[in-house]
Design a protein around this ligand. Structure first.
Ligand SMILES: [Zn+2]
Length: 492
């Protein structure tokens, strides 16, 4: 497959030579370019219709049905504590307003586990192929698999990657990088800048891009600016960008802060997930006449749930506000534009349960993640200072002498499934890691009905490819019933 034939299949003006040659290699794996050419020659699909098609994939990493339910209870309590819980049926989260919903399985192709990590799960959604835990869009033989984002970009769509984690973390990486181990974050950053043409990058961790911090001393931020990316580091800088390509890295190292820590920090400069989602949509809308593919990850639900931190509930609520923006765009976006918004967790984390003791008032009182609270307790020099930290930042004013003594001895008495925070919040946790049960999937807008019933994570790739007409076939007209995609040779 030559570079030329790849370009013949697309008519998009933008794009670098590096990217084209890289994608030509991928196309050779998948037959993409030939399929695109065939589509144009036959006059099928969306070419020439003058209508843009957009797909927004939202991933609340580690979320489950229990996370949604807890978020709904918290929303109801915040709306009117006096009317709670009778007002719970009045609450409509974005997930409650979905046009369709179903359940999704997510097991990996891994001899060591039936439970997926975010790398194998992201790869399954992005490429339609099961792989081993830790793999970033490579197959079980370590060969690269073309992703839905890359194929969309190759066909002329604008593309975006947004996450509250490190930009190079497993889930966003799975859509635009190919490495055999998710820990290769410097290489993932290099591939983002040198080998993709993603229009909008918004996430955390500058260190993997900065010459001063990288092992190889490469200045990836400078290289991105040479490719006409606007480089931004704060929420207000992000607001000031009105068009063009953007690389936004909003933390020096590590992930963006938890929602609670951002919301209660007067000096916070990081954007929220809803703001990033809205800005990405605004910017992508102007980038291509074809439309766009956007991946948005609420990545810190997973992290809070690994720690059995009740802060996962407000984190889920923030994700739902971002999903609300993406679903409203799917329903009421600009004319001559069709949008499909899908939200699916990649796996559950924490096995969260709500039993008789669940107390959303205690969750509503939280003004910090358990990590921030633990640091503050660690820094407190007396039991009275510890009591004052927990009263002011967690609304806990009834600590017993035994609890105070335990906290003074070891601040981690606050945290975990059996810690003081969960004692007050009444949340039940069955795990500190990922679990294997199906996760909910929600969809709104064009072709939302495809996401009804029981599906597998590898089915998303095929539906997105159909909606975006990447294989030159007609748009999907059948339901995505379990097994529809089974037994078919997908050429990879
Ligand atoms: Zn995780």
């Amino acid at each position: 497959m030559s570079q030329e034939s790849t370009q013949t299949g697309t008519d998009r003006a933008k794009g670098s030579t590096d990217r084209r040659s890289f994608l030509a290699g991928l196309a050779a794996v998948s037959g993409t370019a030939a399929a695109s050419q065939g589509a144009q020659a036959a006059g099928w699909g969306r070419w020439g219709r003058g209508t843009r098609t957009n797909v927004i994939m939202m991933i609340p990493d580690g979320s489950s049905r229990a996370h949604d339910t807890a978020a709904r209870y918290l929303r109801a309590y915040r709306d009117d504590p006096d009317a709670y819980p009778e007002n719970i049926p009045d609450v409509e989260l974005a997930v409650d307003r979905a046009d369709a919903n179903g359940y999704m399985s997510h097991f990996p192709a891994d001899p060591n586990s039936m439970v997926t990590d975010s790398a194998a799960a992201g790869t399954a959604i992005a490429t339609g192929a099961k792989t081993y835990n830790g793999a970033i869009s490579v197959d079980t033989d370590r060969e690269p698999l073309p992703t839905i984002l890359e194929r969309a970009g190759e066909a002329g769509y604008a593309t975006g990657l947004v996450s509250t984690t490190q930009l190079t973390h497993a889930t966003p990486a799975s859509f635009a990088a190919h490495v055999e181990d998710r820990g290769m974050q410097e290489e993932i950053a290099r591939q983002f800048v040198d080998e993709t043409d993603v229009d909008v990058f918004l996430g955390g961790d500058r260190s993997h891009f900065r010459a001063d911090d990288r092992d190889d001393g490469e200045d990836l931020i400078g290289r991105a600016e040479e490719q006409n990316y606007a480089y931004v580091e704060t929420a207000s800088e992000l607001e000031s960008v009105s068009e063009g390509k953007v690389l936004g890295l909003f933390s020096q190292s590590g992930h963006l802060d938890y929602y609670l820590d951002r919301a209660n920090d007067a000096d916070n400069t990081q954007p929220g997930l809803r703001q990033m989602t809205e800005r990405a949509i605004d910017l992508l809308e102007t980038r291509s006449d074809e439309g766009f593919f956007l991946l948005v990850e609420g990545g810190r639900i997973d992290h809070a749930s690994h720690g059995n931190d009740p802060a996962t509930v407000p984190e889920q609520l923030e994700f739902d506000r971002a999903l609300d923006a993406a679903m409203e765009y799917a329903r009421d976006g600009p004319r001559r534009s069709e949008t499909l918004t899908v939200s699916a967790s990649d796996h559950d984390t924490g096995d969260l349960g709500l039993d008789y003791g669940a107390n959303v008032a205690a969750i509503d009182d939280l003004e910090a993640s358990q990590g921030t609270l633990t640091s503050a307790i660690d820094a407190a020099s007396s039991t009275s200072k510890i009591a004052s930290v927990l009263e002011s930042q967690a609304g806990i004013d009834d600590l017993t002498d035994d609890e105070l003594a335990a906290l003074e001895e070891d601040p981690s008495a606050l945290t975990g499934a059996d810690g003081i925070l969960n004692d007050r919040a009444g949340l039940v946790w069955g795990s500190g890691s990922h679990t294997g049960e199906d996760v909910p999937i929600y969809a709104a807008g064009e072709h939302a009905e495809q996401f009804t019933g029981s599906i597998d994570n590898t089915d998303l790739f095929e539906v997105f490819a159909g909606v975006l007409d990447l294989d030159g076939s007609r748009r999907p007209g059948r339901s995505t019933g379990r097994g529809r995609a089974r037994g078919r040779d997908r050429g990879r």
